[in-house]
Design a protein around this ligand. Structure first.
Ligand SMILES: *Cc1c(COP(=O)(O)O)cnc(C)c1O
Length: 380
């Protein structure tokens, strides 16, 4: 099936009792057991819920996996996937990994004996050099946030296969519509469904998908034991969001591409970071593993104070953390997502005070452009 069709016709068969076209939200914590010896298909809400299963089934189809798992947030999905590892093992991740994942590895999992090394993942040599005797996993996130640095998924998989490492990929920025890491050999895909999958800035949710029966069994055990499941209402909201994933991403990506090109020629703009630009580092690798550049880009103005005044002057984009909604969102990494990072490290990574990140929404391109242009001209 083509994407348009798959998004509409996966995950749910029309309700047999009522003919309802939209899946019911099953608010049930427990299910009647007709036989004490043999529980029915459902048993207890943490173990299984039909609305949650619809979302999980949908995500398995979209990511070319066999099993999906819905969690209470992207971080719950990521932390649950990290629970596949054990004390004494070692994981390699990118230095510019999502801040929450960085905190989970350094502040939480390290206390349980999981060791970590952060490297420049765009350099496979650096990944190899970080391998130790007890290295058990690679955590991939591409393109990265906010500089859109591209990691070569296939090169990571070759190394992982050679050394028998588990691979986890955070596919939040691309979504399965643009990038399907399981097809390239990744073991576990994780998502913040809060972003493009939900798509409407109205819910916090996460998903993990695997394609291997053994891993699926282990993830199910973690989902049930750790218990960070997504509630039925929010499963329904994410499913509803996913139905329009393709049309939203097509439109938002088209605007993002046009804005990236326009920003690059703008006199107030320094650098533009967007994998869709022909000369963007890693552009070729990106397009060998993804079918589009996505809807998020970053750019610099001349100074931190110019960014401040620009962000105070824009009317349409919402100054906020998060991304992937139908509204354009402008983030200031130095004061928002990466505020807890020491300035020296931020500068070393290129996350300067003059950097702005933009998640492009569904507004008319002309309106966005006019608003950005006016706010940049006023910026001092
Ligand atoms: C937002 C985000 C997360 C965390 O997801 P939550 O739903 O906020 O818990 C993880 N990874 C990436 C790339 C994100 O953008």
């Amino acid at each position: 099936m083509e994407w348009e069709t798959k998004l509409i016709h996966s995950g749910y068969d029309i309700d047999k009792h009522t003919g309802a076209v939209s899946i019911p939200i099953y608010n049930a914590s427990t299910y009647r057991q007709d036989s004490l010896d043999k529980p029915g298909a459902y048993f207890y809400g943490r173990y299984g819920n039909p609305t949650r299963e619809a979302l999980e089934g949908m995500m398995a189809v979209l990511e070319s996996g066999s099993h999906g798992f819905a969690f209470a947030s992207g971080m719950a999905a990521i932390s649950s996937a990290l629970c596949l590892l054990a004390a004494g093992q070692h994981i390699i991740a990118a230095r510019d990994i999502y801040g929450g994942t960085y905190r989970a590895l350094t502040g939480l999992f390290s206390r349980f004996g999981l060791e970590h090394t952060f490297v420049d993942m765009t350099d496979i040599g650096a990944v190899k050099a970080a391998v130790r005797e007890n290295t058990s996993a690679l955590f991939i996130e591409t393109p990265s946030n906010p500089l859109m640095r591209v990691t070569d998924i296939r090169a990571c998989i070759r190394l992982a296969k050679e050394l028998g490492l588990l691979t986890i990929a955070d596919n939040t920025f691309m979504t399965p519509y643009l990038q399907r890491p399981l097809e390239l050999g990744v073991d576990v895909v994780v998502h913040s469904a809060t972003k493009f999958l939900g798509g409407h800035s109205d819910t916090i949710a996460g998903v993990a998908v695997v394609k291997d029966e053994g891993l699926a069994g282990r993830m199910l055990e973690i989902q049930r034991s750790f218990g960070a499941v997504l509630n039925p209402q929010d499963c329904w909201l994410v499913l509803r969001g996913i139905r329009t994933l393709k049309v939203r991403m097509d439109a938002q990506q088209k605007s993002a591409g046009q804005l990236a090109a326009w920003l690059r020629g703008h006199p107030r703009v320094g650098r533009v970071y967007y994998p869709g630009l022909d000369d963007f580092p890693g552009n070729e690798i990106h397009f060998s593993q993804s079918s589009g550049p996505g809807c998020v880009l970053s750019f610099t103005l001349e100074s931190g104070s110019a960014v401040r005044s620009f962000m105070e002057n824009v009317r349409l984009p919402v100054p906020a953390v998060s991304l992937g909604g139908i509204e354009t969102i402008l983030s200031y990494p130095a004061r928002m997502s990466h505020a807890s990072m020491p300035k020296e490290l931020r500068d070393e990574l290129g996350i300067s005070d003059s950097l702005v990140r933009m998640s492009v929404g569904l507004e008319a391109l002309a309106d966005l452009q006019e608003d950005l242009d006016r706010a940049m001209k006023q910026a001092c």
